[in-house]
Design a protein around this ligand. Structure first.
Ligand code: SF4
Length: 707
């Protein structure tokens, strides 16, 4: 456990990893930076998981990058270089590509871990300095389906429209495709409290995860069938007369079409598709509808599918039909994954968006943001390719790429193909803290500061804007991403538009977001430093004549209590129907592969694989296999198998467990090389969100003689 905050020299800040953004204190001790508890921060109350507790190890890792690397034109190897040489080379590279192939041949790829200021500056850099439409980020691979479904239902996407603490006080939670006991362990306390308060926890997951073990009822549908499951539940809600007709009448539109679509999904059909018995479906409806307050929370399971948006819409429809969203202690929410997964999608690093969650195609939005940026609205490019489509276009239409805060060689679907596309680039620039698998392929690698070495804001999964404070000096030779963008912009003629001080960037971001959906204009660093640093929930418009410069609005912990963010104030049902996954099993590939995370690693593992304690706990990839499948394959626990899909083959040890469906295998995706799960995954994209189908593909499993 972390120590206690007993000294005056504690810097209150937040974990660098997941979207819970646990509060922690950092102390400089003789042995380096130490983590101490910060019990006053409400979200985690001082608790941290092993990832957060060991995060300082990455600050002083012996593999930390501390000088720029430039690929030698002679040896072809990455060699140390000065900052001026590296930045000159990058500026020349982009200028050359732009001159030869046009602005859209320059690509930018960001990340959901970047601070709000960095995400904002990166989007502005792409559109103002490079003039390219080709910018997207790895958050597209994370929660974009929930964002799209939330927007079309409620007119606004904020992961949770209520504080996480409401989860403990509601009556029934259906948790769909989230293993938060491993991905964000301190959040488990809310589910424990829910049950202690007499509430019911229903978990939907093809695996009996540590989270599912806590459930009163665990449903284990076949991967890729969550949409049918939600429709079957809605069918039963209607058939059993459990709809909230007054709410539907007053607060929604589109019910008749959604109702008709659900009624076409008979429970017996849903049982055949999902493998979930009808009596279990009836139990869910009874428990959910009997509760005075109830909520559905989704995560990557239903979202990372080529029908992810419709799947989330189906769960939202269930909530709307039973009168939950916009009511106290009730509703629908998404458990966003990455550290700044929420803020990362609000400030303009998405292919189709401008700061304030504005649409890039909206003339008024373009005019407003262009005014803040001091450019002609007509000079702003239109929407570009989504993340996978951008990666797929590398070396073809997109010749050069600036990559910040992402490691797609490990984390992108169909990763061998993506790696090949990255290798085919004319020019690749990666800014990172270590030499990630993607950075190894770069022409220029820039060593950048990380969380505890810089100040910036993040927005957690509740829409709570938080201040991460600099606690230690970065190693010599390292610069911040903001300094990198300033240095490049200066060389390309726009340096004055790119401040290097995070607070100055935030002040501009406030103005750019003003009047948008995600309005930060009433939030300031001063306000974020107040009290126990519990943060401010957006939207927080600047209004009133309060004594503070930023006005009187105190932020919005709970959304939609009076109206939804749609034009008419009503939530919209969306009629959806079940459909097959992009790749169903067949005789050649008879098993479903689903992918996910483990307790001691985070995302592509670029940071956590460099932490000894985490590596000892989770040293490498594996595949979970049901005992019946293991017997058929004649493999025992720990023996090697090849997992083969139409896109590639990996070799990993087997973990035999009865906690998974017999028709399904599971692989975590944190590792590169022979155990890279994303070698196998399918890049089929959701038509609305452009989310790839990480959670479902067809594989065969073969016994091999070695790991
Ligand atoms: Fe908290 Fe997530 Fe960091 Fe763990 S990884 S300490 S759950 S923010």
């Amino acid at each position: 456990a972390p120590g206690s905050a007993t000294t005056d020299h504690v810097t209150p800040t937040h974990c660098p990893y997941c979207a819970l953004q646990c509060g922690m204190g950092l102390v400089r001790g003789a042995g380096g930076v130490e983590v101490v508890e910060r019990p006053a921060f409400p979200v985690n109350g001082g608790a941290l998981c092993g990832k957060g507790r060991t995060a300082p190890a990455v600050l002083s890792s012996r593999v930390r990058l501390t000088e720029p690397l430039v690929r030698s034109r002679v040896s072809g190897e990455l060699e140390p270089a000065g900052w001026d040489e590296a930045l000159d080379r990058i500026a020349e590279g982009f200028a050359r590509v732009r001159g030869e192939h046009g602005a859209d041949a320059c690509g930018v790829f960001g990340g959901g871990g970047l601070t709000n200021e960095k995400a904002y500056a990166l989007g502005k850099f792409a559109r103002v300095v490079l003039g390219t439409s080709q910018i997207d980020y790895n958050g597209r691979f994370c929660m974009s389906s929930a964002a799209a479904a939330g927007t079309r239902a409620f007119g606004l996407d904020r992961g949770l429209p209520f504080p996480l603490a409401d989860v403990a006080r509601t009556g029934c939670v259906i948790l769909v495709g989230s293993n938060l006991a491993e991905t964000m362990p301190p959040a488990l306390r809310y589910l424990t409290e829910l049950k202690e308060n007499g509430g019911t926890l229903i978990v939907v997951d093809p695996r009996r995860t540590r989270t599912a073990e806590q459930a009163d009822l665990h449903l284990a549908p076949r991967p890729g069938t969550d949409l049918a499951l939600a429709l079957g539940l809605l069918h039963l809600v209607v058939a059993e007369g459990r709809t909230d007709e007054a709410y539907i009448e007053e607060r929604t539109t589109g019910w008749e079409e959604a109702r008709a679509a659900a009624m076409a999904h008979w429970p017996e059909y849903v049982e055949r598709v999902t493998g979930v018995p009808v009596p279990q479906l009836r139990d869910v409806v009874r428990l959910f509808c009997d509760a005075e307050h109830a909520m559905v929370l989704t995560a990557r399971g239903p979202e990372q599918q080529a029908k992810g948006t419709d799947t989330v819409s189906a769960w939202i429809n269930l909530c709307l039909a039973t009168g939950r969203p916009g009511r106290f202690l009730s509703g629908y929410g998404c458990l966003t994954g990455q550290g700044n997964g929420q803020g990362g999608r609000e400030h303009g690093q998405k292919a189709d968006q401008l700061p304030g969650y504005r649409k890039l195609t909206d003339p008024a939005a373009r005019a407003h943001v262009a005014g803040v940026w001091g450019v002609d609205p007509d000079s702003l490019p239109g929407p570009g390719r989504s993340a996978y489509e951008l990666l797929d276009a590398l070396g073809r239409d997109v010749k050069s790429l600036l990559l910040m805060g992402s490691n797609p060689v490990v984390s992108a679907p169909r990763a061998a193909h993506v790696e090949e596309r990255i290798r085919s680039l004319d020019f690749l620039v990666v800014a990172d803290v270590v030499l990630s698998e993607t950075a190894r392929l770069a022409d220029v690698v820039l060593p950048v500061t990380q969380w505890a070495e810089e100040t910036g804001t993040v927005t957690n999964l509740e829409g709570r804007v938080l201040l991460r404070r600099r606690a230690v000096d970065p190693p010599g030779g390292v610069r911040s991403d903001l300094e990198v963008l300033h240095g490049l912009a200066s060389r390309l003629g726009h340096g004055e538009k790119f401040p290097v001080v995070a607070e100055e960037v935030f002040e501009e971001l406030r103005r750019a977001s003003a009047g948008g959906v995600a309005d930060y204009s009433g939030i300031s660093y001063g306000r974020l430093r107040e009290g126990d640093g519990e943060g401010v929930f957006w939207p927080c418009p600047q209004e009133g004549e309060g004594t503070q410069e930023e006005g009187t609005h105190r932020g919005t912990p709970r959304l939609f209590l009076e109206r939804f963010a749609t034009e008419d104030g009503r939530a919209r049902f969306v009629a959806v129907a079940h459909r097959d996954s992009a790749e169903e099993t067949d005789a050649e590939y008879p098993v479903v592969l689903t992918t996910g995370r483990v307790l001691s690693q985070y995302q592509s593992g670029a940071q956590t694989r460099r932490v000894e304690e985490l590596n000892a706990a989770a040293p490498g990839a594996f595949v979970e296999v049901h005992p019946r499948l293991a017997a058929r394959l004649r493999v025992a626990d720990g023996e090697a198998v090849a997992v083969v899909s139409r896109r590639g083959r990996v070799v990993v040890p087997v973990r035999v467990t009865s906690g998974i469906r017999a028709d399904t295998v599971f692989m975590p995706f944190h590792w590169p090389g022979e155990g890279r799960a994303n070698t196998l995954t399918h890049p089929a994209l959701d038509p609305v969100s452009r989310m790839p189908e990480f959670k479902v593909c067809a594989v065969r499993v073969e016994r091999v003689e070695r790991v």
